[in-house]
Design a protein around this ligand. Sequence first.
Ligand SMILES: Cc1ncc(COP(=O)(O)O)c(C=O)c1O
Length: 442
Amino acid sequence: MKKWPLIHTPLPGPKARKLINQDRTYVSPSYTRYYPLVVEKAKGLWVHDVDGNIFLDFTAGIAVCATGHCHPRVIKAIKKQADLLLHMSGTDFYYTPQIILAKKLANLMPGKGAKKVYFGNSGAEAVEAAFKLARWHTKRELNLAFYGAFHGRTMGALSLTASKTIQKKHYNPLVPGITHIPYSYCYRCPYNLSYPECELGCVQWVEDTLFRTTIPPEEVATIFVEPIQGEGGYIVPPPEFHREMNKIAKKYGILYVADEVQSGMGRTGKMFAMEHFGVDPDIIALAKGIASGMPLGALTARAEIMDWEAGSHASTFGGNPVSCMAALATIELLEEGLMKNAGVQGKHLMDGLVNLQQSHECMGDVRGKGLMVAVEFVKDRETKEPARTWRNDIIRHAFEKGLLLLGCGENSIRFCPSLTVNTAEIDKCLSIFDDVVREMAL
Ligand SMILES: Cc1ncc(COP(=O)(O)O)c(C=O)c1O
């Protein structure tokens, strides 16, 4: 194992400091940076900053670099395609990479029957397209989404989002017709019930209360859901949650739309996280890990649902040929072994964190699937009072020790490394994390 991380300057170092000052002058202040990392290059899980400091990356660029930073096979595919064709616009012309990737994704989508694929450039675009397609197909105006959900920042995706008010502040009015309902967040049950004695009261409430009082179910187009909530705190619902919710959807002709932007592409040990729950969604939104860092969003749907007509939706850059070839190389690597590795290493990571939880009172909950793992910090295990500031301090202190982490929810830290992560890298992460939490003396 390399003698990394290597931190040899104060952070930020002199070059980083200069660049951050320029960033403050020229770059939008709407971005949220947890710590002053200015990246120069990266390989695998190791990120080098502009001052030569080397960090262990357990963020994968916000769960994007599925195959590790700059995987040689992805780079080769990108270079080969870049020599042939950079852009032609798949909305007005045909080209091979978009067609073969569509075929691949259609075949990967769970469930019987034919599937079709729409391409955009990002998660928000994939969600936006799903939202529009569902309206087109069902001709219904209402939608259900969940508290804690993050679906993106364009107006439609933002309207489905219910994560933090800062994301919505001053942007009203948003798209009407969306009702947010509580997610199955058993550590902090919104109904103050306990699983499994609750018998999934949160799901029953939709049919018994919502659909009988305020929302006519025959006017609902979609239930929009993250199989595992991402930005909301890496919240894993009980095993029957999606199955039961989908049953209600099917009963009323409602489309079950899975936002797999963060949970998809092998991260949880299966290609799509919804596969853990035994549900075949009607529509799936994909982005992030799909092309190992090249911009690409995709929407897969049962063919009979994707019945919109020419001109009803499109995007100039969507399905860029270079991104498509990066996606095909990514999927090949996932299928050859990285998806399996996510399951194996994810278990090692979870076991390690559960072990640390025994000695750190502030680690209230450890949860996840595969390499989508989070620790929720509390001030007191009994009261579960959220430890927001501690969480932020831990992330900052981990950075100073060379470990890159990100928050999620109000008081959780997520661990979402590349799917190439090995046991030694996980052990290194756990050891730094243990030191940091101890030193913060919670
Ligand atoms: C579940 C989910 N959906 C949608 C998005 C939006 O993706 P993008 O930032 O690529 O627009 C995100 C981004 O974090 C996400 O986690």
